[in-house]
Design a binder for this molecule. Sequence first.
Ligand code: XMP
Length: 319
Amino acid sequence: DWTMAEFRATKIAEIREQVGDQRVLCGLSGGVDSAVAAVLIHEAIGEQLTCVFVDHGLLRMNEREQVERLFRDHYNIPLVVVDAEERFMSGLAGVTDPEAKRKFIGGEFINVFEEEAKKIGGADFLAQGTLYPDVIESVSFTGGPSVTIKSHHNVGGLPERMNLKLVEPLRELFKDEVRLLGKELGLPDIFVGRHPFPGPGLAIRIPGEVTKERCDILRKADAVYLEEIRNAGLYDAIWQAFAVLLPVRTVGVMGDYRTYDSVCALRAVTSTDGMTADIYPFDASFLSRCATRIINEVEGINRVVYDYTSKPPGTIEWE
Ligand code: XMP
């Protein structure tokens, strides 16, 4: 792509100019934006960049391994992976309020990131995959200027605390442009085309208390659902699809036995920027195939429902 080739060259020159011979830290989320930012910056300044990936235990199936493979093996980019699952799970114990979950996860993420940064001798810059819509949304998110619908998880506050300057090479781009740039930089299609994933991860897809056990159940259901979506060739037609694990148990029957297990909700939406969204109109046969597989393959779930709510009035995530 001609435009992105030019953008790439311009940004590389700008990053070199801005950073000089100083050091840059980049927090990877597993998502497209931070990955594209990291690869671009690595191309500009090489080993002056260190990436940090915090595994908070709220990631999707195999997500951490995918990031490790891409960065260490494919790009040879220095990567620190922090195993912080226990810390996050113990902090989330007993927390059920959606905003309290978000606040804890955002704050703890910053704590872990700061500790790791100290261990590797600090840095001068913090790289972020901030996009143009993020710049707008932080001013007015969903509900207009005076209403905070959800406090977005990012590393806000960290730059001041650690006295870091910011490198944000994607600030002028929209999501579709970031994907083009990712392709231009040679990121695998499967990574570039990934659905967005929120910073607080699976925690906001588990209404009520988050536990490791519930995360494990949700990860399995989500993986089955996404596998079916990919097999049906629908992945790229959908903005975001995921499973939600409800804090409700219902009665069912499996063979000769009564079951009393959790309900799983499936969500899939189309959107261009996440600000508004429509539900994806799956065939009934597709949905019943997903329901059957999830109930058969995932212990702890005995009922599956489909979320028919557009945004507005719903939000895409459940919390
Ligand atoms: P909602 O649920 O508000 O989400 O309709 C809109 C889009 O934003 C994502 N989302 C987040 N992304 N940090 C993020 O980086 C967050 O805290 C966060 N909360 C929601 C959501 O997945 C959807 O794509």
